[in-house]
Write a protein that binds this ligand. Structure first.
Ligand code: SAH
Ligand code: SF4
Ligand code: F3S
Length: 374
C-alpha cells in the first residue's frame, strides 16, 4: 500500500505534511513515486490566496479518473483551506470521490479518519486544540530540519486568513523544543535547524514563565554540535533589539532575515493592521544593517490592497528602492472571505493589481542587476 502527499502553502504546511507522512508510514503505507501509484492521496492545502485554492480544486478534480480506475483509492483533503466550513462543504459536495475532508486541527488523528472510511465518507472539522506533541515527523528536507515552535497567529492583519484557520498563538514549551533539537542533531544527518512560526518574535509570551524569543535562540545555540540555526517569519512589530543582538552575536545563527513589510505607505499599513509605520520599519532595517553588516534581508509585499492609490503604491516602490532587499515576494491582494479587508470598499481592479505587481517585480529585478554588478 502506497501514499502520496501533495502540499501547498508555507513551510509550516510542508512540516505538517512531514507529520502526515509519519502517520501514513505508521499505518504501513510506503511513499509512492507518483500519485498514479498511490492507494492513499492526501492534499494538504493552503488558503492564503485565491490562486492557491484554485490549484487545489483543479488538482483534486483531476483525480476523478484515477478513482474510477481504482475504486479502493482513498483521497483526503486537509489543511487551512478545509478548516473553513464553507470550503469543506463545497469540496464534499463537488467532489463525490473525495473520502476525507478534515481541517488543520484534526491532523494528529489522521489515522482514525483513514480507518473510518470503511464506514463512509468522513467530514469533520475540530476546534482549536493544544499543540500536538504526540506524533513524530518523517523529515523530508535534506539536511534541514524544520522545528515548529508555535502555532496560530494573534495579529489579525486585515487581509489574512491565517488567524481564522490556525487559531490563536500558542507556544510550545521550551523544554520540548530543545529536546526535539537535541534528538534531531543526535541523528547526525542535519546541518540546519529552521524554526517555524507565523510570528516567531512573539514566541513564549504565552508561556508561564514567559520565554523571550531571544532566550530560546540563545538556548538553542548553546546546544553542542556543528549546525546552523535560522527561523521564519519575523513580524516587524516585535523584532526586538535583543533578537537583533543575538543574531549578530551567535555564530550558529544564519544572517538571513525575512521581514515582511507588506507596504511602504503608512495609511495602507494602518488599514492592514500591521501596527508599524514605514519609518519604524526603516529604523529596524538600519539597526540590522548596523549590527549585522552581512545580513541578507528579504521581504513580502502586497499590492492593490483595498483603496491603495497609485501614489501609495509608489511609496512601496520607493521603500524597495531604499532598502535594496536581497529578494522579495510580491503578491496581488486576494480577498479572503471572513477577513476585514474583504469587506472594505474600494477593492482595486485586477488589471491594476497586475500592473503594480509587474512594476514592483521589474524594479526588484533592476535592483538585483545593479547590485550584482557592484
Ligand atoms: N506570518 C507571516 C506571513 C504569512 S503569509 C507574516 O506576517 O509575515 C505569507 C505572505 O502572504 C504574507 O507576508 C503576505 O505578503 C501574503 N498574503 C497574506 N494574505 C494575503 C492576501 N489575502 N492576499 C495577498 N497576499 C497575502
Ligand atoms: Fe497573517 Fe499577519 Fe498573522 Fe502573518 S502576522 S499570519 S500576515 S495575520
Ligand atoms: Fe497557507 Fe495555511 Fe501556511 S493558509 S500560508 S498553509 S498557514
Amino acid at each position: 500500500m502506497k501514499y502520496y502527499i501533495v502540499t501547498y502553502g508555507c513551510q509550516m504546511n510542508v512540516h505538517e505534511s512531514e507529520k502526515l507522512a509519519s502517520i501514513c508510514e505508521k499505518m504501513g503505507y510506503t511513499l509512492a513515486d507518483k500519485r498514479e501509484d498511490a492507494d492513499l492521496i492526501v492534499f494538504n492545502t493552503c488558503a492564503i490566496r485565491e490562486g492557491a485554492e484554485d490549484r487545489v480544486f483543479g488538482n483534486v478534480g483531476a483525480l476523478k479518473k484515477l478513482k474510477k480506475q481504482k475504486p479502493s483509492l482513498i483521497i483526503a483533503v486537509c489543511g487551512c483551506m478545509t478548516q473553513k466550513q464553507t470550503t469543506a462543504n463545497y469540496i464534499m459536495n463537488t467532489f463525490p470521490f473525495v473520502d476525507i475532508v478534515i481541517g488543520t486541527f484534526n491532523l494528529p488523528n489522521f489515522e482514525h479518519y483513514v480507518n473510518a472510511v470503511k464506514t463512509g465518507r468522513q467530514l469533520e472539522l475540530l476546534q482549536e486544540g493544544d499543540i500536538d506533541e504526540s506524533v513524530p515527523y518523517k523529515r523530508t528536507s535534506g539536511d534541514n530540519a524544520w522545528v515548529n515552535i508555535m502555532q496560530g497567529c494573534n495579529n489579525f492583519c486585515t487581509y489574512c486568513i491565517v488567524p481564522y484557520v490556525k487559531g490563536r498563538e500558542k507556544s510550545r514549551q521550551e523544554a520540548n523544543i530543545l529536546k526535539e533539537i537535541r534528538e534531531v542533531l543526535a541523528e547526525g544527518k542535519y546541518k540546519k535547524i529552521t524554526l517555524l512560526g507565523q510570528n516567531v518574535n512573539s514566541y513564549g509570551k504565552d508561556l508561564v514563565p514567559a520565554v523571550p524569543f531571544a532566550q530560546l535562540l540563545r538556548d538553542i545555540c548553546a546546544i553542542e554540535g556543528d549546525f546552523k540555526l535560522t527561523f521564519m517569519t519575523s513580524h516587524p512589530k516585535d523584532l526586538t533589539d535583543e533578537v537583533i543582538d543575538v543574531i549578530a552575536n551567535e555564530d550558529k545563527i544564519l544572517k538571513d532575515i525575512h521581514l515582511p513589510a507588506q507596504s511602504g505607505n503608512n495609511r495602507i499599513l494602518k488599514l492592514m493592521n500591521r501596527v508599524y509605520t514605514r519609518e519604524k520599519y526603516l529604523g529596524i532595517i538600519n539597526k540590522i544593517r548596523e549590527k549585522i553588516p552581512d545580513a541578507r534581508i528579504t521581504s513580502d509585499f502586497i499590492v492593490g490592497f483595498p483603496t491603495e492609490t497609485e501614489e501609495e503604491f509608489q511609496d512601496t516602490m520607493s521603500l524597495v528602492r531604499e532598502v535594496k532587499f536581497d529578494s522579495i515576494f510580491a503578491f496581488m491582494y486576494s480577498p479572503r472571505e471572513g477577513t476585514v479587508a474583504s469587506k472594505m470598499e474600494g477593492q482595486v481592479p485586477q488589471e491594476i493589481k497586475q500592473r503594480r505587481v509587474n512594476e514592483l517585480l521589474a524594479l526588484e529585478k533592476e535592483i538585483q542587476k545593479q547590485e550584482g554588478k557592484k
